[in-house]
Design a protein around this ligand. Structure first.
Ligand SMILES: C[S@@+](CC[C@H](N)C(=O)[O-])C[C@H]1O[C@@H](n2cnc3c(N)ncnc32)[C@H](O)[C@@H]1O
Length: 336
């Protein structure tokens, strides 16, 4: 079980094995968190690790860690811009990138960060600790936009109903607290009876993804990794839900040259493009039963990895859902 103030790294051994760290090389830990991956990588090889995280609390841990082990180089920022972070740290190319998506136990366990529907706290959810919060989204976005966010980012079947209840309630009193929103969601879907998970689970996931533009960040990180990983270097990604996994799987299959392949559903690779990644294992790696028993948070995790070829980058990738309002919409509403 997770204890307060710690984060148990998920799929740690297969991540290190997939990255295959080597002495003298440079790696990016794009999601430093509590530093579990960085520490494990530096334990098996005398290498440099650039620690990226968008959360100032995580970066403080990285600075503390770097004070004890100078092979760790803190590089604050978003992983969607990890190419810029590496270049700012003086590295034109790196030998591998690791990403462990989502939130850490440090974030979810701290009620004041507002990520959890189980603990009362401000309705915040901002990893970066600035910008529009989940409360801003819930209090300002239109009913239609909220329903789209809950539907696409939360795969919530009652998305419209919940959005309607939220808008009705906020006209009387705005939302500021996590439990207040969780209770409203619960009552809007007729309580908890017969439900395996808390009725607020999907809406909270959706709001978190939206407020942090997590899927946009993921797409940008994959493209940035293609740009920055040297030939023979590795990209290793751990995802926690199907939306993330689908993005990673599609990207690696597309850039790994697995599209086309005789399937009538699979698009052909664009003319003149050679695969930028070699997919050594086509199937994702799941946690063992033993890992899940020891750390239930690992239950839905999946690891995918690939080796960068020497082909030129394909660059930009779009394809995110255009029915989700962009964060600019919320920023403009806040500025009004
Ligand atoms: C699951 S935790 C990583 C845990 C880490 N592997 C460990 O072993 O301690 C995810 C971390 O990624 C960070 N993160 C999420 N999205 C990010 C982004 N777009 N850019 C940089 N960091 C991000 C979060 O702030 C969080 O600290």
């Amino acid at each position: 079980m997770t204890q307060e103030g710690t984060h148990i790294p998920v799929l740690l051994e297969p991540v290190v094995e997939a990255l295959a760290p080597t002495d003298g090389r440079v790696y990016i830990d794009g999601t430093y968190g509590g530093g579990g991956y960085s520490r494990a990588v530096m334990a098996v090889a005398d290498c440099t690790v650039l620690a990226v995280d968008r959360d100032p609390d995580a970066m403080q841990r990285a600075w503390d860690h770097a004070g004890k082990d100078p092979r760790l180089k803190p590089a604050p920022g978003r992983f969607g811009e990890l190419d810029l972070a590496a270049r700012a740290a003086g590295h034109e190319y790196v030998d591998g990138v690791m990403l462990d998506l989502g939130v850490s136990s440090y974030q979810i366990d701290q009620a004041e960060r507002g990520f959890s529907f189980m603990r009362d706290g401000p309705l915040d959810m901002r990893m970066e600790q600035h910008g529009p919060s989940a409360a801003d989204a819930v209090n300002l976005l239109s009913e239609k936009d909220l329903a789209s966010i809950f539907h696409f980012y939360g795969e919530e079947p009652a998305s419209r109903r919940i959005a309607k209840f939220i808008v009705k309630r906020r006209d009387e009193e705005k939302f500021t607290r996590t439990l207040d929103l969780a209770n409203l969601i619960e009552s809007s879907v007729g309580g908890r009876r017969g439900k395996k998970t808390h009725p607020a689970t999907r809406v909270f996931q959706a709001l978190r993804l939206y407020v942090n533009d997590e899927l946009g960040e993921l797409v940008r990180a994959l493209v940035a990794s293609e740009e920055i990983i040297t030939s023979g270097g590795r990209l290793v990604v751990v995802t926690f839900h199907s939306l993330e996994d689908r993005i990673v799987k599609t990207f690696l299959r597309e850039r790994g040259g697995a599209m086309g392949g005789g399937s009538r559903h699979a698009p052909e690779a664009p003319a003149g493009k050679s695969p930028t990644f070699e997919l050594v294992a086509r199937k994702a790696i799941d946690p063992t039963d033993e890992e899940v028993a020891g750390n239930p948070r690992s239950r839905s995790s999946k690891l995918r990895w690939a080796i960068r070829t020497d082909a030129p980058t394909w660059g930009e990738k779009s394809g995110l859902n255009s029915r989700i309002p962009s964060l600019d919409v919320l920023e403009a509403l806040l500025a009004e």
